[in-house]
Structure formats: structure tokens, C-alpha cells
Design a protein around this ligand. Structure first.
Ligand code: FUC
Length: 947
């Protein structure tokens, strides 16, 4: 991005609502006789649909993605446009962001801050602490694939949908008496984008296809049915573009002819066509950009060409639904759902449309599954969807609100695996951030400030007023402990504990004693992006920093207890935590944002950072800290309800934590306006920023289930607008999967499945009246205690399901959550897994790969978890496959299952798991195969256990 554009966006962001960027308002008119199309009804209304194409408006196009590859599908009758992304196409290349002048200036900066000479401190920070370069680099588009069909004149019966239950877009229309259909999806198992064209009259499909791009690219026709676009990412901030990429589009047709020359693909008179789009990138990781991008693109395309369309589609749907189907939600339906999606948004303020909340909730889950999968980059400010070389705020990772918000709904809505890219990013930051910690603070551990990018920049950027915030890495590290609370995965905790420890170490080394107050404080830092005096945001010990550090220190201390390590370090962090400034109530009855009782320079500023303690943290709670809880409410009243998209989304979460259902719902409605939601349901800062989508999904979840307080709070903020509903599959900390049903705003039934044995505390209005509680796994009635009138406490057993219901409510079989595949389950009749019958495992040549065979005895319908190490050699790692082969010949192949780590040439795939039903029989054997980077190399280590 040019310096001018970046500064403009920063200025707009600082101004509050980004008003200069407000798009011209959009409208959509309701149709009196509108009904939802059959495929939308078949998807139970979990679909976006439109009766017009997107035209040239990107915010009307529909997103598809597989975590790595993304496309915006426009659905124009005359020219189809797929705007393409690959999640590693970042401007520039590896760079060292640390400023070696920093450490020498630090003492003087701190002195100036403590002397209230903030402007002078900021000037010195701008000279000595800014990163190299002073801004980070942008996530960029690949380009477009365009299919020209000829004139649309005379077309009718147009319809366009995005089915969230199958992650597929469909465009249908009638032209010259022929019904045409286009279907598009991004497949994670096959790592291609698939566009399928069909017509109900033979030999009716004719088009020519070309790539175009704003990048430096060369178009070509590598063979008679394929076109290619070879390019390199842009230069930026003085760093040369170095990510090479190749996009390929190949056509497979039935009937007619296909040819390709000079970069144009021609299909003539076909009856059906499958266009396969494959993209390879040379980005290997934040410090290596020499990957075989052409090999990746070609291998993926060649492999997909050998698979029939129906098989590609069913593999995609199976893979996607394994994640999506874990949660279902029904908040009721009105005739408002018979209008196209854009109409529903435009009239949401005045119409009762509870289904729209369910749709927006699931749209957030859809976007997360489509933009963040194990092994991919985390979802950035735009997920993976970006049509520009200079997107707003570079479409990177803003850590002081946006990146954490992207992942708030991950565990709570049962998508744990989608979280993994964040932990990979944190691991990278422990390396780049250690360098910044050393160079700029003379400290150990690691630090990251308010932004990072594909190169894991960790220094101060954009100017002191925005960037001089030390606790980015600390906030990210708290996510590790929070994730662990959901999954209970000790190996995950062990693997990520060093990041938590390093983040804490940095603050043990850098916190300084406040000269008059005596507390340990960060200096310099800020309360994100909000000046406390004219043009001065830099300060010491802002409230948010103290809250984050309390969470970091407590999280690392508890993690060290779980892992049985570092008792001295634990003592140190706990005693340091005790010396942090406590939260205070200010003169306006609010939570004080800074150590001094300053009044913010902008009363309605979008950041309400000092309520981090209310959400996502649990330092401010209704029952634990009633005074602070009241002050949090007052803080929100003072700031007002208005805000940018993500700011509104955070406020839904805040009001849900305050258990104020009508207000949380009011904020939700504020978000469903044409200035905050685009026709394609992308959230608008404005401009588009995906955090608002994820924050909204999280907010709706917080209205239905909370678990931040050592208890499951069931329906804590159910708004009157959703009087009847049900939700199945939400997750709570402690390892609980929850189903709930209610009518007339009264809970009917709660069904809770416990992953682990322990004490379950449930809070809910249901418990204030008479209710029945059963362990549905063994039919017993558990003993309970009643610490409060609305609280029930019981001892739960791992794998058991518990049902609490109002008397007379018939148990609903569909309310029982299914087993969460990410969590180990104790078998009811412990089967035994024998060691491999072949040691070392036998290998067979590609393509069947290497396998170890295990014998399992016992009647068993659980799952298996495996771990395998494979020598990848020089093959670039683009993914891995794990196959489970059963004696009846059934083979289940999972791409991207589990997590991988690479050490030298060795790749270890951990936690690859299969959780489906096994072939019946008292004894069975199965094989475990792993292949990496398209090559089936001999595994050097295979282990496997039942789950
Ligand atoms: C922070 C916020 C802005 C915007 C940007 C990406 O700077 O203050 O509102 O979300 O990140």
C-alpha cells in the first residue's frame, strides 16, 4: 500500500467510525410474493440467496474457501468472475522488524512517560522504537478467473445461493430456453476450487476463460485444456515482493470441445464442464519463500483431474460437514426468511426475523471453516478474501482487538481444529518477537505489538499513538490456556507452554515500578489507539495491559501446574501478578481506563479495551465483582452503543456477559444494518472486516451459553425476540458439549455431555423451579448440591450425558450432542490396541503409501488417534494424508487431519484421528498411512491409540 493510503486508513481508523470510507448506502426492495427457493428450504434456511447477480460489486459476491484457497463468486450471467486468493500471497518477503536503537532509548522514554511528557515520549518512540520498516506488509490478491459466456440478454428465473450446509454456491438461470446451472466450492480434501457448469439441453455450454491480475503476472496455456497465471507478490515498504505463485485452471468437459492457446481457454458446445482451479505458492513459512509453487499447483490439478466431479463434491461435503454439522441452531422462522438475503438485511430493523440471527451465527462458523484450517494461515482482517494489492489496514493481523476476536467463536462453537493456525502463528512470533524483545527492550522472552503480518513482524508500527502497545503477544498467549480449558489436551498445552512462558518472561524482565503508586506497570504502552490527552495515547500501566497480564500470569502458572514444571517460575509470576495495579472505579462510576482518572479524548471511541476484563476475560463478573460489574455497565453507557462493525460485535459480547439480553439483542440488531452488513453478509467496519462476523457469532453464543466462570451458565441472556428455539453442540470450558431447547422464553431441556470426569456446576433459571436430572448414559439420578437457588452441582463421569428438564417435557433425541471429535473419549469396554504387527512398519510404494497395522480387540465404535513421522526430504510440505484401512476393505482418507510439525526433513503428524463407526466384529485390524507433500515416504515412527 502506498504510504498515503495507509496513513489515510490509519487516520480514518483513529477518527472513529471510518466515516470517510462509508460506502454509498445500499438498498434492496422486498417483493410481496417472494418465497425462499427450494434449495434454501432444503438447507433449512441455512443459505444466503439473491435474485440478482453481484454485477461488479465485490460485496455482493459470495465467498468460498478451504482455509488456503478462497474465491468470491459473482454469478453474472454474461461473465462469471471468480476473484481468487491464496492465503500466503503477502507483499514483500522475509524481513527483520526489530529496531536496534530501541533498547538504548528505553530508559529515557520511560522517564518521559512517568513525567507526563507524553508527546515527547511519543516523539522519541517514533525515532527509536519503530520497526524496520515502519509499517507491515499487505496480504494480496492472486487475481481473477473470468468466464465469458456472451450476452445475458433475455435471461430469466435467475437465482444465486450460498448453501452453508454444503459450502457450495449455485447460480441458475434460463437463457434461450435452456436452464443453466453453475456450482462452485473450495475443496479442502482435494485442494482445488471447483466450478461445475451444467445445462438441461445437450451441447449448450460455450465460453472462453482467462486470468487477469493486478499483480506482475504472465498468462499462458500450459496444455490444450489448461490456462495458467504465473506471478509474484508486490513490493512494499522497501521490501521486494518475493512470493511466487502459479494459478492453473483446467477444464474437463462432456460433449463439445476444449482448447487452450495464448492464455485463453475455449469450451464450445459442451453439455457439462468442470473447471478445476489450483494455486501454488512459494511461501513455505515466514522466513522461507523458495517452495515449488509450480509443482504444487500442477500436482493438485493433476490429482483432481483424476477424480469424478461427484466424488470431488462428496469428499468436499463430507469434509466440511464433519465440522459444520457439530452445531445446529433454530431460533424460529417468520415469513421474513422468504425474502432474499439483502432484503432481509435492509429491513431487519423493522421486521421480526429471528432466523436471520441463526443464519448470521452459522455464517460466522462457515467463514471460519472456510478461512482457517490446520496448516493454513490464520484468518486475517478479511479472512482470506481480498481483491486488492493494497487492502485496508493491509488485510493483516491486528492484535489489539481483531485477531483475537476472529477466534472467539472457535472453541465455543465446536471448531477447535480451526484454531490451530493461531498457535502456529504464535510459535513463529516467539522467534521474531524474541529478537524484538532483545533489540528494543534488552529483555528475554518475546514481545509483539499491535500488528503482525505474513512475515511475523513484531515491532512497533504505524506510529507510537497506535503501535506502542506491548501486550499483543501476551494476549495471544492467553488464548493457549483458554483453548486448553475446552479441549483438555495436555499434549497441546505441553507443546505451546514455551510460548506462554516466553511471553511472561518478557514482562518479568520489563515491568517497572510506578514511581508514586508502587505497582509494577508496563511502560511505554497505550490503551489501544485512544488518546488520553490531545494526540497522546502513550502511558504506563493502562488497565487493559494489567488485565491481560493477570490472565497471562495465571494461565502460565496453572499450565506449569498441569505439566508439573517450573515451580520457581510459577512462584515468580504469581507474586508479580500480585503487584499489578488493580482495576478501579473512576469518578464517573466507570471502569478507569488508565492509572489516572483521565477522561478519554473521544467519548464514543470504538475501542473499549478496559472491558477486556469483562469479555473475553472473567475478571469482572456479576457475582464475583459486583461493583466492577456495575462500573462496566456504566462504562458501556458512557461510550454509547454506536461503533464500527467489530466494535458493535464486541459490545454484543459485553452485554451478554452483563446478562442484559434485550441490550445484547439491540446491539445485534444495530449490526444488521446496511451500513454495518454488506449484501453478502460480510461485516463492514466499514470497509469489510471479518472480525465483526466472528464477533457476532461469538456474541450470539454468549447469549446462549457462558462458561468463563467455572460453571456452565445455560441461556444467560436469552432475548425476548427468540422465545422458542434450540441449539445443539455448543461447547463450554471444562470439556462440555451442550444441547438446549426452550419455548415461551422458558428452558425446557438441557443436555450436557462431559468429556472428562469432574464436578459440573450448572446455572440457569430452569433450576429455580422443579426439574428432573438424569444421567442418560446409565439411567441413574445423580446426587446434587444446590449452592445457590439457580445453581446445581454434581459429579460427572467422562463420556456420560446428563439431562435436566422441566417436568413433563418429552426428551428430544436430537438434542443430545454428538461426541466432539477433537476430544478423547474413554471407551465403555476398554478395547486394547496391540503394538504394530510389523515393526518397523512395512512400506508399500506410492500411491498406497506406508502403513502400520494394528489389532484391536473388543466391541468398539469409538475412534483412533495416531501419530506418524515421515521424512519429507526436499518435497515442499503442502499437506498430508492419513488413511485408515479396515479389514472389510473400507478406507477412509483424511487430508489435513491432525497437526504437523516439521523438524529438519522430518514431519510429524500428531493427533490424526478417526472417530467414525468401525466395522462390526469382536476383533479388527486397521492400517494407518501418512503421506506428505504428495509423496508417500516411509514413516519412521507410528503410534496409535484408541480414543
Ligand atoms: C485497529 C482498529 C481499527 C481497525 C484496524 C484494523 O486499528 O482500531 O478500527 O479495526 O485495527
Amino acid at each position: 500500500m502506498s504510504e498515503v493510503t495507509r496513513r489515510r486508513l490509519l487516520a480514518a481508523g483513529a477518527a472513529g467510525a471510518g466515516a470517510v470510507m462509508l460506502p454509498a448506502g445500499w438498498t434492496a426492495l422486498a417483493h410481496a410474493d417472494s418465497v425462499a427457493p427450494p434449495q434454501v428450504l432444503a438447507a433449512n434456511d441455512m443459505a444466503l440467496w439473491y435474485n440478482q447477480s453481484a454485477g461488479t460489486d465485490w460485496l455482493r459476491a459470495l465467498p468460498i474457501g478451504n482455509g488456503r484457497l478462497g474465491a468470491m463468486v459473482f454469478g453474472n450471467v454474461d461473465t462469471e468472475r471468480l476473484q481468487l486468493n491464496e492465503d500466503t500471497i503477502w507483499a514483500g518477503g522475509p524481513y527483520d522488524s526489530a529496531n536496534t536503537r530501541g533498547a538504548a532509548a528505553l530508559a529515557e522514554i520511560r522517564r518521559l512517560v512517568f513525567a507526563d511528557q507524553w508527546s515527547q515520549a511519543q516523539n522519541l518512540i517514533n525515532q527509536a522504537m519503530m520497526g524496520t520498516p515502519g509499517g507491515q506488509l499487505a496480504y494480496q490478491t492472486v487475481g481473477n478467473l473470468k468466464l465469458a459466456f456472451g450476452s445475458a440478454s433475455g435471461s430469466s428465473q435467475y437465482n444465486r445461493t450460498l448453501d452453508l450446509t454444503t459450502a457450495t454456491t449455485t447460480t441458475t438461470y434460463v437463457l434461450n430456453g435452456v436452464r443453466y446451472q453453475r456450482e462452485a466450492f473450495a475443496s479442502a480434501p482435494d485442494q482445488v476450487i471447483v466450478l461445475r457448469l451444467t445445462a438441461d439441453r445437450a451441447n449448450s455450454i460455450t465460453f472462453s476463460a482467462t486470468f487477469d491480475s493486478p499483480q506482475r503476472t504472465t498468462a499462458s496455456s500450459p496444455d490444450a485444456t489448461t490456462i495458467g497465471l504465473d506471478g509474484i507478490s508486490g513490493n512494499m515498504e522497501g521490501v521486494n515482493g518475493s512470493v511466487r505463485f502459479l494459478a492453473l485452471a483446467g477444464a474437463v468437459a462432456t460433449g463439445g470441445t476444449v482448447s487452450s492457446s495464448g492464455g485463453t481457454l475455449r469450451v464450445s458446445g459442451a453439455t457439462s464442464v468442470t473447471v478445476l482451479i489450483s494455486i501454488g505458492s512459494s511461501y513455505v513459512n515466514y522466513r522461507t519463500v523458495n517452495g515449488d509453487y509450480q509443482g504444487i499447483a500442477r500436482t493438485r490439478l493433476a490429482a483432481a483431474r483424476t477424480v469424478a466431479y461427484d466424488e470431488l463434491r462428496s469428499r468436499h461435503v463430507t469434509d466440511y460437514q464433519a465440522l459444520f454439522n457439530r452445531v445446529s441452531i433454530d431460533l424460529g422462522r417468520t415469513s421474513a426468511a422468504d425474502q432474499p438475503t439483502d432484503v432481509r438485511i435492509s429491513q431487519h430493523a423493522s421486521v421480526n426475523d429471528p432466523q436471520f440471527a441463526a443464519l448470521l451465527f452459522q455464517f460466522g462458523r462457515y467463514l471460519l471453516i472456510s478461512s482457517s484450517r490446520p496448516g493454513t494461515q490464520p484468518a486475517n482482517l478479511q479472512g482470506i478474501w481480498n481483491d486488492s494489492l493494497s487492502p485496508s489496514w493491509d488485510s493483516k493481523y491486528t492484535i489489539n482487538a481483531n485477531l483475537p476476536m476472529n477466534y472467539w467463536p472457535t472453541d465455543t462453537t465446536n471448531l477447535s481444529e480451526c484454531y490451530l493456525p493461531v498457535f502456529d502463528l504464535i510459535k513463529d512470533l516467539t522467534v521474531t518477537g524474541a529478537r524484538t524483545a532483545q533489540a528494543q527492550y534488552g529483555a528475554g522472552g518475546w514481545v509483539t505489538h499491535h500488528n503482525t503480518d505474513g512475515w511475523r513482524g513484531s515491532s512497533v508500527v504505524d506510529g507510537a499513538l497506535w503501535g506502542m502497545w506491548q501486550t499483543g503477544g501476551a494476549w495471544l498467549s492467553t488464548l493457549i490456556w483458554d483453548h486448553y480449558q475446552f479441549t483438555g489436551d495436555v499434549e497441546f498445552l505441553r507443546a505451546n507452554y514455551p510460548a506462554m512462558k516466553g511471553a511472561a518472561q518478557f514482562f518479568l524482565d520489563t515491568l517497572v515500578t510506578h514511581p508514586s503508586l508502587g505497582y509494577l506497570v508496563t511502560n511505554p504502552s497505550n490503551s489501544p489507539e485512544l488518546p488520553h490527552h490531545s494526540d497522546a495515547s502513550v502511558c504506563a500501566g493502562p488497565t487493559m495491559d494489567n488485565q491481560i497480564l493477570r490472565d497471562l500470569f495465571e494461565g502460565v502458572a496453572r499450565a506449569s501446574e498441569v505439566l508439573g514444571v517450573d515451580s520457581d517460575f510459577r512462584t515468580r509470576v504469581r507474586s508479580t501478578a500480585g503487584r499489578l495495579p488493580p482495576m478501579k472505579v473512576g469518578s464517573r462510576g466507570n471502569i478507569q481506563e488508565w492509572l489516572a482518572d483521565w477522561v478519554e479524548t473521544e467519548r464514543t471511541h470504538r475501542h473499549v479495551s478496559h472491558l477486556y476484563g469483562l469479555h473475553p476475560s472473567n475478571q469482572i463478573t456479576k457475582r464475583g465483582t459486583p461493583q466492577l460489574y456495575e462500573a462496566a455497565r456504566k462504562t458501556l453507557e458512557l461510550r454509547g452503543d454506536d461503533g464500527t462493525g467489530w466494535s458493535l460485535a464486541w459490545k454484543i459480547n459485553y452485554w451478554a456477559r452483563l446478562e442484559d439480553a434485550p441490550r445484547a439483542h439491540k446491539l445485534f440488531k444495530d449490526l444488521v444494518r446496511t451500513d454495518r452488513l454488506a449484501p453478502n453478509m460480510f461485516d463492514l467496519h466499514p470497509p469489510f472486516q471479518i472480525d465483526g462476523n466472528f464477533g457476532a457469532t461469538s456474541g450470539i453464543t454468549e447469549m446462549l451459553l457462558q462458561s468463563h466462570n467455572g460453571e456452565l451458565h445455560l441461556l444467560p441472556a436469552l432475548p425476548p425476540a427468540w422465545p422458542t428455539g434450540r441449539v445443539v453442540g455448543l461447547r463450554g470450558r471444562g470439556g462440555y458439549t451442550v444441547g438446549m431447547a426452550w419455548t415461551n422464553s422458558q428452558a425446557d431441556e438441557f443436555v450436557i455431555r462431559a468429556d472428562r470426569a469432574g464436578t459440573l456446576t450448572m446455572r440457569g433459571r430452569l433450576f429455580t423451579g422443579s426439574f428432573a436430572l438424569t444421567d442418560t448414559t446409565d439411567g441413574s439420578t445423580p446426587a446434587t448440591t444446590r449452592p445457590e437457588t439457580d445453581v446445581v452441582r454434581l459429579t460427572v463421569q467422562a463420556g456420560h450425558t446428563y439431562r435436566a428438564a422441566r417436568p413433563g417435557v418429552t426428551p428430544s433425541p436430537t438434542l443430545s450432542p454428538t461426541v466432539s471429535p477433537t476430544v478423547s473419549v474413554s471407551p465403555t469396554d476398554s478395547p486394547t490396541v496391540a503394538p504394530p504387527t510389523t515393526t518397523p512398519p512395512t512400506t508399500t510404494p506410492p500411491p498406497s503409501g506406508a502403513r502400520a497395522t494394528y489389532a484391536v480387540t473388543g466391541s468398539w465404535s469409538g475412534g483412533f488417534q495416531g501419530e506418524v513421522t515421515v521424512t519429507a526430504g526436499s518435497t515442499p510440505i503442502q499437506g498430508w494424508t492419513v488413511s485408515w484401512t479396515f479389514p472389510n476393505g473400507q478406507t477412509i482418507t483424511q487430508m489435513w487431519s491432525g497437526t504437523y510439525t516439521q523438524s529438519g526433513a522430518n514431519v510429524t503428524v500428531k493427533n490424526a484421528s478417526y472417530n467414525g463407526a468401525l466395522p462390526a466384529g469382536g476383533s479388527t485390524t486397521f492400517g494407518f498411512i501418512a503421506s506428505v507433500g504428495g509423496t508417500n515416504n516411509p514413516p519412521t515412527n507410528i503410534t496409535c491409540t484408541t480414543t
